[in-house]
Design a protein around this ligand. Structure first.
Ligand code: EPS
Length: 389
């Protein structure tokens, strides 16, 4: 079963992703990986780091001559900013450092909304840098490597995953039309990764306004997966229901505070006759609506999967929120670390990766496969069985 681990700090030498359980024979292109990493760096509202950071990657294992070997795949993304941080983030023992060597002080005024205070209490640290370095959403660069591999696996059975931004601050994009994989280039070309040009312009305005107020702004992203096989997940075990797996994966992304499957919250306000997707038969089973988002009873129904994730505004606020210094216990303004005004466009790319990872995991559970050919053959065999259902 496909599983992965990431390691590395935001300003350490690099981030590492180790991915285990992929079939042998999956095509891996460094250019494809770089393209995926570059997509995550885009987006109006990112801070200065994103202009500097190059995401230099190296495949350390598991791939030979362009395909996976079946052994764990290990990838390192080197932080191109490491030279500036070598001393502050050195793994070597130091004299009790009086000061944060990068900022000239220890970070003792935790930022509300960030991992700082809970993390310092948990690990008994007196410098928020010990926590924020790993809490940083920089970690999602490593997940993007995993997402690329998951998408490569899904593509072998014609499943495509994409995302777009549907809201930033108070600006909401129209509900329809839904973008398809053919629209991905257009979405990526939008500075806020929104499919609707008018809404894109208004979203940029929201971010500019927040920046002018020395504030931050959140939003909502939608992930669409096309041509998903029916029956991924399970109605029989609580921990294998696809809705739970998707929600868990999306909620694991930094700053995500809510997940909605299909019409989610709105469905709760509807009557039963208007809440469900009625079933028709036209040479195959079909639904004419996607209110449930493509899941029923903890399983995918087949075809389009639609989920949303809501991101809170970034908690590193230039104005500085009210907090308490952990040494003096005096009220203070939270410290400011270089950060982004809005990272919703990047969060969409990460949400895409997490959905792809869950779908790839569940496809592998059903189709197995030591090799890509075994995996594809099992997927085809199921499609053939269902075509006659
Ligand atoms: C982040 C703060 C900023 C972002 C960073 C996440 O980094 P820095 O403090 O180095 O300016 O740019 O995001 C990334 C580096 C990335 O690759 O997404 C934070 O505090 O979470």
């Amino acid at each position: 079963m496909l599983r992965f681990l990431t390691a590395g700090e935001s300003h350490g030498p690099g981030l590492v992703a180790t991915i285990e359980g992929l079939p042998a024979g999956l095509e891996v292109e460094v250019e494809g990986l770089q393209h995926e990493l570059a997509r995550r760096r885009l987006g109006f509202g990112r801070g200065p780091r994103m202009k500097l950071e190059k995401d230099e990657l190296e495949i350390l294992g598991g791939v030979r001559h362009g395909t996976t070997l079946g052994s764990p795949v290990a990838v390192i993304i080197r932080n191109t900013e490491w030279p500036r941080w070598q001393q502050a983030m050195s793994p070597e023992p130091q004299e009790e450092p009086e000061e944060d060597t990068q900022t000239g002080r220890k970070l003792t005024a935790p930022r509300p909304g960030h991992a700082d205070l809970a993390g310092m209490m948990k690990y008994d640290r007196r410098d928020a840098r010990d926590i924020l370095e790993r809490a940083s959403a920089r970690e999602t660069a490593a997940r993007t490597v995993v997402g690329y591999l998951a998408k490569q696996l899904l593509r072998t059975i014609e499943v495509e995953v994409l995302s777009h931004v549907v809201a930033i601050g108070k600006v909401t994009a129209p509900e329809s039309p839904l973008p398809t994989p053919a629209d991905l280039e257009q979405i990526d070309a939008s500075e806020v990764r929104c499919f609707d040009p008018d809404a894109s312009a208004a979203m940029i305005g929201e971010i500019e306004a927040a920046r002018a107020d020395r504030d931050t702004v959140g939003g909502v992203v939608e992930v669409l997966a096309y041509n998903v096989p029916p029956g991924l997940g399970s109605h029989v075990h609580w921990d294998r229901r696809i809705d739970g797996l998707l929600a868990g994966a999306l909620m694991s992304i930094h700053a995500i505070k809510a997940v909605e499957i299909g019409d989610g919250l709105e469905t709760a306000r509807r009557r039963g006759t208007e809440a469900h997707d009625e079933i028709y038969y036209e040479g195959g089973f079909e639904r004419r609506t996607n209110r449930a988002g493509g899941t029923e009873g903890g399983m995918t129904v087949g075809g389009l999967l639609r989920v949303r994730a809501a991101m809170k505004p970034i908690s590193t606020v230039l104005k500085g929120l009210e907090t308490v210094d952990i040494v003096t216990h005096q009220s203070e303004r939270a410290f400011y670390e270089r950060s982004d005004t809005c990272a919703v466009p990047a969060a969409g790319v990460v949400a895409e990766q997490m959905v792809a990872i869950v779908l790839a995991q569940e496809c592998q559970r059903v189709f197995g496969g030591d090799t890509i050919n075994d995996f594809r053959a099992a997927a085809l065999s199921r499609r053939t069985r269902l075509a006659a259902f």
